[in-house]
Unconditional design. Sequence first.
Length: 452
Amino acid sequence: MPQNQSTPSPARHLSRSLGPVMLWGLGVGYVISGMYFGWNLGLAEGGTLGLALATLLSILLYITFTFSYTELACAIPRAGGVFDYATEGLGRDWGFLAGMAQIIEFVFAPPAIAAAIGAYFHLFFPQWPVNAIAIAAYLLFTALNIYGVKAAATFELCVTVFAVFELLLFSGITLPHFHWANLQKNAFPHGWTGAWASIPFAIWFFLGLEGVANVAEETVNPQRNVWRGFGSALITLIVLCVLVFSCSVGVAGWEAVVFPLPGSAPSDSPLPLALSKITGSSGILYHLLITIGLMGLIASFHGIILASGRATFEFGRVRYIPKVFGNIHSRFRTPSNALLVNMVIGIIALLSGRTSDIITISVFGALTLYFLAMVSLVALRKKKPDLPRPFKVPLYPYFPFTALVVSAICLIAMATLNIKILLIYLAFLALSYIWFHFFVKKSLHATQSLNT
């Protein structure tokens, strides 16, 4: 293995400043926008029961995956996340593919959230174009991430606390109006086919949690604090998921949080729709929910930008992409070049206007990451049994095997429903691998030969 891959020089080493509370804020923040929008589209596919079954499958995936992924993050606390784990366990080729899947997930999720932020602000300031607001958000939060990881994580913690408070407030308002009969209304409209089709929207509830691993290199005592941050974030998200799902649908049935009017297009705002059945659309509580709800979008947008910068930085540090992207800012000690190139790619994707396709590509990347991470864990257990593992996944090998099987099922579900986007995703992986195999590996071999 090249020296620059296994032992980064001090000039290219990220500073350590994050503790378990910051990691909790990042973990919840990466994901929490999924509680506010998008998940309810799965109700249109599967109804209450169909999406509930898919959500239970998703919870099973993330429980088994998170515990397994925590073992990897504590044993190999590097900014590259799954890229480093797969490289150690499966070799350079699979490591490259796992790393590319991770970059695809983290680079293509923020444009979709930026579009939602732009649309949200546009309601209050109609004179400002949606894309202009979204691009401004990219510039602002990329700059904050460049300024410093501690400042970025502190901001993330603050907006995440606001977003969690808002979800608890929503639950407190809606629970007295919950009726079990509303969960049973037309609960399984499309049968098992609908449940199958709702899987991607159930995954959206938790997508991005794995980004905690990408800041392990910037964590104080990562062997202890990473599992604390991962575990507390997962528990928080499961509780919020159950509350949001039950309280939203329990007010007036699933159709009330999908269609603003009978026969209209599905809405991306399930919580305001549910609350409007109680308070109307002009009450103080309604407007408070809308205002604080923006914090959830900002938390996920800002947090995933942070994680994506680390994933791209690691590719640059090992020279799988131009090494300039593996440099860190001399003053702020952050991966500024990686953050900037991700911003440019994200803005280009944003301007394409294909938000739903961008989300789907991001989910394909995530599921590929989950699958390859579990294979890497098993391979490392066999290949490097003496590797220090401060945290070990419980019930091995059942947890990683369960996560592997469930991620494969979700990949099949996504593939059968999104053939064209799957082909685009696979083409992107294939072209990038051809570049890696015929150009990058050749260059790395030449460098190794000169060094020896």
